[in-house]
Design a binder for this molecule. Sequence first.
Ligand SMILES: Cc1cc2nc3c(=O)[nH]c(=O)nc-3n(C[C@H](O)[C@H](O)[C@H](O)COP(=O)(O)O)c2cc1C
Length: 355
Amino acid sequence: MTAGKLDLLKKLWLAPMAEVTDAPFRIISKKFGAGLTFTQMVSAKGVVENEFETLQYLAFSRNEKPIGVQILANNPQTLAHSVSEIRKYSPDVIDLNCGCPVNKVTRCQMGATILDNPKLLGDLVKSMKDVSLGTPISIKMRLGKNKSNISIIENAQIAQKNGADFIIVHARTKEDRYSVEADWNWFSEIKKNIDIPLIGNGSIFSAKDAYNMITETGCDGAMVARGALGNPFIFQRFNELLETGKDPGEPNPLQIKDAAIEHLNLLSREYGEIRAIHRAKKFIIWYFRNNNGISSLIENMIKINDINALKNYIEEHTNKIINDFYPEEDLNEIENSFKKRVLFWLQENKIAATG
Ligand SMILES: Cc1cc2nc3c(=O)[nH]c(=O)nc-3n(C[C@H](O)[C@H](O)[C@H](O)COP(=O)(O)O)c2cc1C
């Protein structure tokens, strides 16, 4: 199953995440086997107006391919113009965001609000397709506004009719935001009503979840978001599970440390040491959240302001984990608070795509 040159059958992709899926995050996900990664959403208007920050979010290097780029827009002309510009970077897919529930986006009538206007959705898809010149076009959608207003079948059909090469469905409603379990039952229903490929998204937190989504729901491929935070291993484990039927299991503390340090080095290269250190702390916490000692890590890391000191601290922390130095922690409780923390971060952060 392909879209353009893109092979999307039974692959696990990295979802676009604002303020998260920067180049270091994408590079490490790809290294561990992500089938495709996405830049974070940017506004079509920002692209057309050559806004510095927007173009920075959009930038990727050739060795990151295959890669997708995601746009926010509600005006077909602006969208078409931005697609023509973005094509020059040769991404492997250009996606339209029709799922973002964040106020800053929805009050501009973009993201998930487009789900309520199938005519506009169709016009937007057509405007992209008309200028895409073979670059695959996808639409990332939610199920609908809320449980009483599910519009996914109609919107999926309209996307197909207007030329979308495939759709990505986040199986929650706009009103659900991120809190409830994604409802995977919708995937088979959607598949019955369209011929283009379907990438499923929502509530993948392990390699087995991704495997189940692909083997049991009719989705052609799957896309993980929060489950990949501090966990590039999910891609490797999924690929092995698919190939051999066996999940190689949880990474050991040394493997976690190596990945965290590699991520830190990539951040340092991308942003310079001073900016990298602030950003890196969040990622490092995610890497170690499933191990005892996480409370101590959070407390101690705050005080560190030097990249080499941070690396030394990570080494020390890993050795303590290996030597059972830390008392037992309620890791399930910590995992739940982490999911909430990500959402908090999402609302707090400035989102570059408001135009
Ligand atoms: C921090 C964060 C940022 C996100 N940013 C975007 C974004 O830029 N574009 C988008 O389509 N979805 C965005 N999402 C939604 C995810 O791509 C995904 O659809 C959602 O988290 C459901 O998948 P999950 O249950 O595996 O996390 C974001 C989610 C999170 C947690």
